[in-house]
Design a protein around this ligand. Structure first.
Ligand code: F6R
Length: 571
C-alpha cells in the first residue's frame, strides 16, 4: 500500500530509484514520482499512472527518493503524487501510511499546501524544525507531532536521507558505501543482501554512514542477511508474475513443508499449552486461517477462526492463556497488526515476508518460505500457508514425518493437476469472459475453496462473483440463478449433500462447473482432481489459473488488479 524507495550513493539516483519503484509497483499504481537532490535544489518528476510514466526523468543527483501510490487521502492527480516538497524546497518526502491528525497539523503550519494529501504536512514540519535543530533533533520533534502510521523517506536538498517509521515497514539496504531505502527488500536484492529492518519509532540518518535513533537516543540495529535471491523477484520469462507464481507452487509447497524441527515443536507446544486457539488473517490469508482451524480441530484441539478486522471487536475475549495464530503473506496487514496490538495472547506468526513487522513482533514464527510474491493476488503464499498449517496439525497428532511425506506427495501432484485440466481451464476461462455473475458453492472445507476461488476470479476479472456454503445457497441466493448462470461446485466434502446443492442450481438452468474426483454428467465443465490427503492445496490451483486466464482474456493486467495493492497497511 504505497511503495517507497530511497538511494544514497555515487551513481545517478533517478535510475536507481526508478528500478526500485518497478519492484514495488505491486504496492500501488495510482501515481508515481521521483525526486533527486543536486545541491542547491531538489528536482521532482511526478505522473499519474504506473511507475513507467516516470522512466528516464530529466533530474540529476546522487541522492534520490521515489514513490508509487495507492491513494488514500486526495484523488489520483499529479498534485497529490509524491514526493511532496517543503515551502523553501529544502526537504522532499515520500510516505506510506496515514497521518491521522494532518488536518489539525495543517492549521499550525504556515505554508502553502499544494496537495490534498495528509503527507504534505511532513516536509513542511521537517523544514520548520530543521531551521533550529540538528537533523536528529528535528526528526525526533516531527515524529512526536505525527499521529497515525507512517514509513517516511525524506531527502534534504544537500543530499542526506532520513528514514523514519511507525506502523508501516521500512528497510535499509547496506551496500559498500551505498544505501537503499525501501518498503521491502525486493528493490535492493540485486545490489545487496544486507538489510537493517527499522523498528517502530526508529529514525535513521544516512549521510555516507548510517545512524539509527529511537526517542532521541542512538540505538544499534542488527544487519541481517536476506537469503531471497534477486531472480525470485523477476518474471523469469513468464508473461506475468502471477503466472510464474502459480507454476512455482510444486517447489514452494515443498519448501513450506520443510520446517525446522525445533521451530515446529515450539509452535506445537504453544498450541498444546493454550487454553484457546484463534486463527486469523485477512482476505486469502483468512481462508487459509479458517482451513487451518479446521485442520487443528481435526487433530483433536479446539480452534476458532475469524477475519482480523472482525475479531478485533471481541479482542477482549482473547486472554493471556490463549494463542493467536496470525496468517499473513506480507506480515504488514494493518487489520491484522491492529488486532494483535489489542490482544494479550502470545502470537504465532505463519508468515512469508522475512523481517516483516509481524515476523518481528510475534512471539514465535514459522516462515512459509514461498519467496517474493509480486502478483497482487495471492497464489503461492496461500498454498504455502495451507502446507504449514497442515504440517502443524500433523505434528499435533505426532505424525510430523509421515505428514511431511504426504505434503511432498501433494506438491508432486500440482503440475499433474494443471496438466490434466489444461484444456478445460482454458475453455472455462473463455466461457467466463462472457459472464457477468458467477456463484461458488462448497461444504465444509469445500466452502473455503469456494471463497478463495471466488476471490481470485472477482479480483482479477472484475466479474461479480459470490461464494456460499452449499447449504446456504437455497436460502435466498438461488433466486438469482437463471438460464446460463455459472455455478462452480466443490464436491469433495459431504459429496451427496454438495451434489444436491449443485443440482438445485442445475435444475434452475445454471451452467455447472464441478470440481472433484468424479465426473458429473450434468457438468458443463469438470475440473478433475486426483485422490490426495491434502486436496485443498490442489483444488485451488486450477482456479488460480482460470482466474488468471480470464483476466488476461479480458485485457486486464493480472499482476495489478484495479483499485488493489499488495500489502494493505491501512485499516
Ligand atoms: C487476495 C489477496 C488479499 C490478501 C490480504 C492479506 O488475492 O492477496 O486478500 O490475502 O490482503 O494480505 P496478507 O496475506 O499480506 O496479510
Amino acid at each position: 500500500m504505497c511503495g517507497i524507495v530511497g538511494y544514497y550513493g555515487d551513481e545517478e539516483a533517478s535510475e536507481k530509484v526508478f528500478r526500485g519503484l518497478k519492484k514495488l509497483e505491486y504496492r500501488g499504481y495510482d501515481s508515481a514520482g521521483i525526486a533527486t537532490a543536486g545541491n542547491p535544489t531538489i528536482k521532482t518528476e511526478k505522473a499519474v499512472g504506473e511507475v513507467e510514466e516516470v522512466r528516464n526523468p530529466d533530474i540529476d543527483g546522487t541522492s534520490g527518493i521515489g514513490h508509487t501510490r495507492w491513494a488514500t487521502h486526495g484523488g489520483v492527480t499529479q498534485e497529490n503524487a509524491h514526493p511532496h516538497v517543503s515551502e523553501q524546497e529544502k526537504v522532499a518526502v515520500v510516505h506510506n501510511g496515514i497521518i491521522e491528525n494532518y488536518q489539525e497539523l495543517k492549521q499550525q503550519i504556515d505554508a502553502e499546501f499544494k496537495s490534498e494529501t495528509d503527507t504534505e504536512v511532513i516536509p513542511h514540519l521537517l523544514e520548520e524544525k530543521l531551521r533550529q535543530n540538528t537533523i536528529k533533533d528535528a526528526v525526533n520533534k516531527v515524529m512526536k507531532k505525527l499521529e497515525g502510521s507512517y514509513a517516511v523517506a525524506a531527502m534534504l536538498d544537500t543530499g542526506e536521507l532520513i528514514a523514519f517509521r511507525k506502523g508501516s515497514p521500512l528497510v535499509l539496504g547496506i551496500d559498500n558505501g551505498e544505501y537503499h531505502l525501501a518498503s521491502d527488500v525486493t528493490p535492493f536484492l540485486k545490489h545487496t543482501s544486507k538489510a537493517v529492518f527499522l523498528e517502530d519509532g526508529d529514525y535513521a540518518v544516512i549521510d555516507g554512514d548510517h545512524t539509527v535513533y529511537n526517542s532521541g537516543k542512538q540505538v544499534s540495529r542488527e544487519i541481517q542477511e536476506i537469503d531471497w535471491d534477486a531472480e525470485q523477484a523477476s518474471k523469469e520469462g513468464h508473461n506475468h508474475f502471477m503466472e510464474k507464481e502459480i507454476k512455482e507452487q510444486p517447489k514452494t509447497v515443498k519448501r513450506a513443508a520443510y520446517q525446522d524441527k525445533s521451530d515446529l515443536e515450539k509452535a506445537v507446544d504453544m498450541i498444546e499449552s493454550a487454553e484457546d486457539v484463534y486463527l486469523t488473517g485477512c482476505g486469502t490469508a483468512s481462508f487459509a486461517a479458517s482451513l487451518g482451524a479446521k485442520y487443528i480441530r481435526e487433530s483433536g484441539h479446539e480452534a476458532h477462526s475469524e477475519q482480523s478486522h472482525e475479531l478485533e471487536y471481541r479482542s477482549d475475549e482473547i486472554t493471556e492463556e490463549d494463542i493467536v495464530i496470525a496468517v499473513s503473506q506480507s506480515g504488514e496487514t494493518a487489520d491484522l497488526l491492529s488486532l494483535l496490538d489489542e490482544t494479550q495472547a502470545d502470537v504465532l506468526a505463519v508468515v512469508n515476508v522475512v523481517g516483516s513487522t509481524l515476523a518481528r513482533q510475534a512471539d514465535h514464527k514459522l516462515y512459509v518460505n514461498a519467496g517474493p510474491e509480486i502478483g497482487v493476488a495471492s497464489t503461492k503464499a496461500f498454498t504455502a500457508q495451507l502446507t504449514v498449517l497442515k504440517l502443524i496439525a500433523y505434528s499435533l497428532e505426532n505424525r510430523t514425518e509421515e505428514g511431511r511425506e504426504k505434503l511432498l506427495d501433494t506438491a508432486e501432484k500440482i503440475s499433474e493437476t494443471i496438466d490434466a485440466n489444461r484444456q478445460e481451464i482454458e475453455e472455462l476461462s473463455t466461457y467466463l469472459v462472457e459472464k457477468d455473475h458467477v456463484y461458488f458453492i462448497g461444504r465444509d472445507k469445500g466452502y473455503e475453496m469456494a471463497r478463495e476461488a471466488n476471490l481470485k476470479l472477482k479480483e482479477l476479472s472484475y466479474i461479480h462473483a459470490e461464494a456460499f456454503p452449499g447449504g446456504e445457497f437455497k436460502h435466498g441466493t438461488l433466486a438469482l440463478v437463471e438460464e446460463g448462470t455459472p455455478v462452480v461446485a466443490f464436491l469433495r466434502e459431504d459429496y451427496s449433500q454438495a451434489y444436491n446443492n449443485m443440482m438445485e442450481a442445475h435444475s434452475r438452468g445454471a451452467d455447472i462447473v464441478s470440481v472433484g474426483d468424479t465426473k458429473i454428467e450434468e457438468s458443463n465443465f469438470h475440473i478433475d482432481m486426483p485422490e490426495d490427503e491434502n486436496p485443498e492445496i490442489l483444488e485451488i490451483v486450477p482456479f488460480q489459473m482460470a482466474a488468471y486466464l480470464t483476466a488476461v482474456k479480458k485485457g486486464h493486467n493480472p499482476d495489478k488488479p484495479r483499485n488493489l495493492a499488495k500489502s494493505v497497511t491501512v485499516k
